[in-house]
Design a protein around this ligand. Structure first.
Ligand code: IPM
Ligand code: MG
Length: 434
């Protein structure tokens, strides 16, 4: 995609040393030319980088390093535009992000990377998470209806249990993609409010409900589940299944519908729509399970799962448990994906107690960039970007198999930047042979 370099509110980021044009979105900036245009024949992608809070800022550096590495060895250029945001930014400036940031992500960026949101004590006057306009506002405001969370265990990754590192699950036996619905369910009211803030709309307040038999103070969150919202999520699940190799146990392509349809009406609708969509994919197997039982099967027979679809809060919870199977939150990447936009983020949060020490695992972020390039490549018909995404995956696999440079969460002593540098250098060699 070609851009004219007329983005509003952009100034060059003098602190960045990259050879590519980098910029920072600022609320006081002028209309500054972004930098040298890309050479002819280059594919040019503008990427919004939202480092956010705490360790999000550290892992964002490693995400950018991967984009720099791809740019250095291929014809794919990435104009990286950094947007300060999050709870800490809110405490310092009174804004979750500069005015115009949401519009920039929506209208000017080809893809978005988010580090993490969450700063101790940073709450908005209405009690919501400060920085919510960024993460939740984009999920709802950009209609990113699928939160795609791959759960894959690489060779060389141990599991930390009882404070010790052991191999519980086998590499090769854990390789599934979970799709969490991302715009409705129990998050609906909060998502809607967050998008209202991001878009400058009036704040949504859910209608009052009364609950017979409950007296005194009652707090509640409505949990709407729509057939349209379910249908598009489930379709994406089946489409993803067609591109994968099936479940590790038997190679069968299979989509599992996980719900609580024995109890809730929303889940009954979710399951009914799943069954309807499944009819259009006769070559892909189906499976049904309840979320409580799924928690057991996920840990005891993860090899059975290929693609899993579930509603918003169930997906939030299940994917943290899923992260344990892949070596912890430091390994869990994700994409918030809609029909037109997407942002990619590590599933881990800002981890305030580890922030500022250059110690957290950047692999979740590096694999989020992998997902970004895969998405951009498929969306724009740029097959080479899909190939490059696979090379990032292989570089991560080689790095972990070698096992010499691991962060603390995997039992090593390497720093965040050492791991990022190691993976980037493996990637450089692979890209040179492309
Ligand atoms: C996640 C996180 C978020 C969520 C928080 C930070 C709002 O837990 O992405 O899984 O609940 O969705
Ligand atoms: Mg979560």
């Amino acid at each position: 995609m070609q851009h004219c370099n007329t983005a509003r509110l952009l100034t060059r980021d003098n602190h960045s040393s990259g050879h590519h044009p980098q910029a920072t979105l600022q609320n006081h900036g002028g209309r500054v030319h972004l930098g040298a245009p890309f050479a002819e024949g280059m594919s040019d992608h503008r990427i919004a980088i939202l480092p956010g809070d705490g360790t999000g800022r550290e892992v964002a550096i490693e995400a950018m390093r991967i984009l720099d590495t791809v740019q250095a060895h291929t014809n794919h250029g990435f104009e990286q535009v950094t947007i300060p945001c999050g709870g800490q930014h809110y405490k310092e400036t009174g804004e979750e992000w500069a005015e115009g940031s949401f519009e920039f992500c929506r209208d000017e960026a080809d893809a978005i990377f988010l580090g993490a949101i969450g700063y101790p004590g940073a709450r908005l006057p209405n009690g919501d998470l400060a920085g919510g306009s960024v993460i939740l506002g984009m999920r709802a405001g950009l209609d990113l209806y699928a939160n795609v969370r791959p759960i894959k265990l690489y060779e060389g990754v141990p599991h930390k249990v009882h404070g010790k590192f052991t191999q519980i699950w086998e590499p090769g036996m854990v390789d599934m993609t979970v799709l969490r619905e991302n715009t409705e369910g129990l998050y609906h009211a909060l998502l809607r409010r967050s998008a209202d803030r991001a878009l400058g709309r009036e704040e949504y307040i859910p209608p009052e409900m009364t609950f017979p038999g409950l007296e005194g103070e009652v707090a509640y969150d409505p949990r709407p589940i729509s057939s349209k919202g379910t249908e598009r999520l489930v379709k994406m699940g089946f489409d993803i299944a067609t591109t994968r190799n099936g479940a590790p146990s038997d190679g069968e392509k299979r989509v599992s519908c996980i719900d609580k349809s024995n109890v809730t009406r929303g889940c009954q609708l979710f399951r009914r729509v799943f069954d309807e969509v499944a009819l259009s994919y006769p070559t892909i197997g189906t499976d049904h399970g309840y979320i409580d039982a799924f928690m057991q099967w996920l840990t005891r027979t993860p090899e059975y799962y290929d693609v899993v679809v579930l509603s918003n809060m169930f997906g939030d919870i299940a994917t943290d448990l899923g992260a344990v199977l892949q070596g912890g939150m430091g390994m869990a990447a994700s994409g918030n994906v809609g029909d037109d936009h997407a942002f990619f983020e590590p599933v881990h949060g800002s981890a305030p107690k580890h922030a500022g020490q250059n110690k957290v695992n950047p692999i979740a972020s590096i694999n989020s960039i992998q997902m970004m390039l895969d998405w951009l490549g498929r969306k724009n018909g740029e097959d080479e970007l899909v190939t490059i995404a696979n090379l990032i995956d292989e570089s991560v696999a080689d790095h972990l198999r070698d096992g010499k440079s691991l962060t603390y969460d995997l039992g090593g002593t390497a720093t965040c930047s050492q791991v990022g540098e190691s993976i980037s250098s493996i990637l450089s060699s692979k890209l040179s042979e492309l």
